[in-house]
Design a protein around this ligand. Sequence first.
Ligand SMILES: [Zn+2]
Length: 77
Amino acid sequence: MARGHQKIQSQAKAQEKQAKMKKQQGHSASDQQKAAAKALVFACAICKSQMPDPKTYKQHFENKHPKNDLPAELKDV
Ligand SMILES: [Zn+2]
């Protein structure tokens, strides 16, 4: 009887653990989405293309718009 009870307890614990892991996974997934949305903050001043980081933006600017002046925020990238 004691063993059966223990089994039920460990099953309940395992379920709890799984639920927690699922919760954490869901949390980190939404965090990643937030981070991804936040990352696309660099929009090209000329063509409005969105860049994930200033280095990419700078490269894009130098390649696509070499005749335009580099935006001030990219000069020290
Ligand atoms: Zn551009």
